[in-house]
Unconditional design. Structure first.
Length: 145
């Protein structure tokens, strides 16, 4: 139900006291349509398909607002620019250093680590903005041959 995610995001913007503009709606809709993790520049290109008058700075400002409202998050998938996705289901990323494949893992994967770090140090982790790098199963199998 993609329209539902967009509607929820728009309502969250409105509830925060921020204005719901055509530009902001266009960014949310493009993020929702993508179904992937996009750089700000890739997102801007997706926005420009339907709204060529929206500038890149507006896309960046909108992404900052969406992150502040926890509607969207950025993640670092290895080297290169941050990539963005709608909050939706909370997940994390494993990135293969050989083929660059990205594997999404559920947030619950970090529960034992969260508990251990909290118990041992009192530190509360927020793993949303980083990925773990290593070797995917396919590349590891190729290396064993």
């Amino acid at each position: 139900m993609p329209a539902q995610r967009v509607d929820q995001a728009i309502e969250a913007i409105r509830a925060s006291g921020s204005r719901v503009t055509v530009d902001r709606r266009a960014v949310v809709e493009a993020l929702d349509r993508s179904g992937d993790h996009l750089t700000a520049e890739q997102l801007a290109e997706a926005v420009w398909v339907r709204h060529p008058d929206i500038n890149l700075a507006t896309v960046y400002r909108t992404l900052e607002l969406l992150e502040r409202l926890e509607i969207a998050f950025h993640v670092h998938l290895g080297h290169g620019p941050s990539r963005w996705h709608l909050a939706g289901d909370v997940h994390h990323h494993l990135v293969c250093e050989i083929c660059n494949r990205v594997v999404e893992i559920p947030d619950s994967t970090f529960d034992p680590l969260r508990k251990r770090l909290l118990d041992d140090t009192g530190f509360v982790i927020d793993p949303h903005h980083f990925s773990l790098s290593g070797t995917c199963a396919a590349c590891a199998a190729d290396a064993d041959r």
